[in-house]
Design a protein around this ligand. Sequence first.
Ligand code: FRU
Length: 604
Amino acid sequence: MSLFNNFTTHIRRSCTLLAVGSMFTIISCQATIPPFVVRHLGDGHSIVQLKNSNKFLLLPIEESAPEVRINVMQNQNNVSTHHVRLAINTIDYYVPLDLTGFDIPALAIKVQNVPDSALCWRSFDLVNEFDTQNRESHRPIYHFSPPYGWMNDPNGMVYKDGVYHLFYQYNPYGSMWGNMHWGHATSQDLVNWEHQPVAISPDDLGTIFSGSCVVDKDNTSGFGKDAIVALYTSAGERQTQSIAYSIDSGKSFIKYEGNPVLTSEAPDFRDPKVIWHEATSKWIMILAVGQEMQFFTSSNLKDWTYESSFGEGHGAHGGVWECPDLIEVPIEGSNEKEWVLLCNINPGGPFGGSATQYFIGDFDGKVFKNQSPELTKWMDYGKDHYATVTWSNAPDSRHIGIAWMSNWQYANQVPTQQFRSANSVPRDLTLVNKEGNLILKSSPSPELEVLRGEVSDQRSFTVNKDYNIDKLLDKNNGLYEIVMTIKNNDAEFIGFRLFNPQGEEVDFCYNLIEGTFVMDRARSGNVSFSEDFPIPTIAPLGKANEISLRIFADKSSLELFMNDGEYVMTNLVFPSSPYNRASFYAKGGSYEVTSFKVYPLELK
Ligand code: FRU
């Protein structure tokens, strides 16, 4: 049963409309739920006065209703403002407004632009618990997703004292973009995540857009030794950069009184990524500004000096540049390292909408120089890999990246309700030399192997024409990893598909004439929510006699790692049941699948 059903039944059972006047409606509930009063003030203005001390006021949401402003007021003073799609005709789901800490008789919610006849007025509810056990079939299990509501970019990822912190762009008041907060979760193994209270909430400077965290080991900021310092964009009338710091290892954040710390005339001026540059003993901030990245330096995280800009004439420019990162990455098989500038771009990705490009080059603490200005390099060749950034202060000098697994073309429309969006699996980044060019390799982080259950199929087979696997797993709940190696004899096309009893399928094809690997989700299940969704994605894998593939499946995603992450494809899928069968075909010749293993995956 969905949450929505739970709550509507609950409300029908417990609440009665007592009197409806043109300006005054009293809703009374059974003894366990004392009343609240709704007063209509005319012209779409209303006030909800709460009369008891339950923990949450449940707000009924209709996604197609317009966003309206609600003000939470204590003694008639505004405490916080949110934009909420209050239900007018139908209720899609509820979101909780936390009433903790408020003095209830003096608490009221002012609402604007909602007609007196709207359904919401008889559908608010007061409860002490909010059920976050999402039962939607597309909710991923081992990929991180918010407890409820909307998520986009991963933010401020930082490792400290054995704990990986993940912050994220979060709307707790609906499953569509808006009201940006920094949500927070922690993990000790990058796989099991624990939800934490919201870390940073909007204020009068604006909502809280993307940014980064550092551990200030030498107390350069004066906030305290080892303080976690968050730098984020305050998105108000202007986009400016602000600071919040934590002196309790990320449990709570204090906003710096000198905010904002960096301003500009540029309208798109956001997503600060801050790193410590050892060679010059300076903090570096990289900011996305229009279609370029700007570099700033500081010795105390508060005062910033502009140094240089990078972008014009380099890489893709089909949209704004967002969410930068700058990391010094080792080249596999050597003792050398190169600087990699991650640059998310939207729109203008290779398959439409959002994507992550990167540049490899030199960085001297002030200026980034691209080594191969003639090339555009993409980090992932799927459609659902965006806002990728890496963990600061990660152990063993690792560069662990994570992406928001969606695309701005349809992120607000994907067929989920009580939550929207998940992250990719974590990936360890290294550089490899590929036919004379360095490329950024994203390998599944080794921690993911703890998810593996007993390997359930292990075989080798030859494909001349067709080869069918009737069952990937005896019990398939949609969570599995396929690991296979393919050796070509003389095939021109190596193809396979994953499919379910409903005939929904995802097609993969390695085209050896062109050296491309294609994934096609046009018939993968529910694709009707956006015409931008069922588009094949293509990786320039090159012509190889042998390839290895790892495919991570969760409830609504497939992540394909070719040659341990030299090429990656991250794509969402919304099947009506798990793909539990596979069939292979060959064209123009034959090939061997020299190893084929399927691991059921499970959070332990
Ligand atoms: C990228 C982005 C960022 C911005 C955030 C707002 O997806 O547009 O540039 O900070 O999302 O939620």
